[in-house]
Design a protein around this ligand. Structure first.
Ligand code: SF4
Length: 366
């Protein structure tokens, strides 16, 4: 096996007590190509995750081939999910990546069950399916093929330009089932982008991915999120963001303000204190009441951004509602599982039509 020379034993993994407790851990691997990153390969028992029924999300099922994310965004709200194996929400989240190596195989079996209702499935709602690890493990082609072959509509939200590798496959899948693609691109200032999202492809590279998707004849939304107060919420930055998204061919823009839940707030504030100490008092004030920016700020942001979205012609269409990278066509096409409304009414809750992602959706999307 090519990587066996770099394999760690499970005893060594005992240095990470939570991981050592995993009975489905195959091995832990480090390679020179991924400096500082350890991949913990596990055999997943299931691939499809059911989203809790009371959720307002317009999709009912997700797939997360990886846990942890080397894109390392300082604001990533998925960070605390890493605590489950005694891993921390900071550097461990960026560097200790759980890889479900058998996810496509398990998924195929789940999709083949007669009880599977071909519900829309969302990828990229927790960690990024096209993070760097995907270049090594190539889990997405199997997942895409399994979903398309089973007649299951799906969506992908990503910051990963690696998606371009699978464009032919995605295009092919879109001939079989509804497929929605969205790129998350929030920062249009190169230095700031690299400081806040140090493991991600550049804004330029992500915009080029939007163009490549559009060249294939497929729609692609841009997620302008999170908008960072006092850093990316100037009119000039927002206008430039829209201009570049439009020029790349984006078919719509969705935005939300920064959300800082416990475990994430500490990590983001640590970065802010180091890079922008002058903003600390304003941030402490803005997020003193909790995880969301206050209503007054969000109202102010909406008044600033909505005219720009309209001016650049980047409103999401009603028939292509704000799905969070989550199925729009699929929402109307799916027989079950999608949160479809009664006949004659919109296929998704009206609140999802707005360009701002509803707060109860924000924690699940990046
Ligand atoms: S925000 Fe998304 S891309 Fe960034 S670290 Fe989190 S999961 Fe990865």
């Amino acid at each position: 096996m090519r990587w066996s020379g770099q394999e760690l034993t499970t005893e060594q993994a005992g240095a990470l007590p939570g991981l050592a407790r995993l009975n489905n851990l195959v091995r832990s691997v480090r390679t020179p190509e991924f400096d500082g990153i350890t991949f913990h390969e596990v055999l997943a028992k299931s691939a499809l995750n059911r989203v809790p029924g009371q959720s307002a999300m317009p999709f009912g099922w997700t797939i997360n081939p990886y846990r942890g994310c080397s894109h390392a965004c300082t604001y990533c709200f998925a960070r605390p999910t890493h605590n489950y194996l005694d891993l921390d929400a900071g550097k461990d989240f960026d560097n200790e990546i759980i890889v479900k190596v058998n996810v496509a195989e398990v998924l195929s079996k789940e999709l083949a069950k007669p009880t599977w209702g071909k519900h829309p499935v969302a990828l990229g709602t927790n960690t990024d399916p096209y993070q760097r690890a995907e270049g090594r493990y190539r889990l997405m082609p199997g997942i895409i093929a399994a979903l398309a072959d089973s007649g299951t509509p799906f969506s992908i939200l990503t910051k990963g330009t690696l998606l371009r590798r699978d464009l032919d496959l995605l295009h092919e899948a879109s001939q079989q089932v509804p497929v929605d693609l969205a790129m998350s691109i929030a920062i249009y200032d190169d230095a700031l982008q690299q400081a806040v999202e140090p493991g991600t492809p550049s804004t330029k590279a992500r915009l080029a991915t939007v163009s490549a998707i559009r060249d294939k004849g497929m729609d692609c939304s841009v997620f302008l999120m999170p908008i960072l107060p006092f850093l990316t919420d100037t009119k000039a930055h927002l206008d430039e963001a829209m201009r570049q998204a439009k020029a790349a061919g984006a078919t719509g823009v969705l935005y939300s303000a920064l959300y800082l839940k416990p475990g994430v707030k500490e990590w983001y504030f640590q970065w802010l204190e180091q890079d922008h100490p002058e903003l600390m008092p304003q941030y402490r004030e803005l997020y003193k009441r909790g995880t969301y920016a206050p209503k007054e700020y969000r109202q102010w942001l909406a008044e600033r951004i909505q005219p720009l979205i309209r001016a650049h012609g980047l409103q999401r269409r009603r028939e292509d509602p704000a799905t969070g990278g989550i199925l729009s066509k699929a929402l109307t096409a799916s027989p079950a599982g999608a949160r479809t409304a009664s006949p004659g009414s919109p296929a998704v809750p009206p609140s999802l039509i707005a360009a701002e992602l509803p707060l109860d959706l924000t924690p699940t999307l990046f």
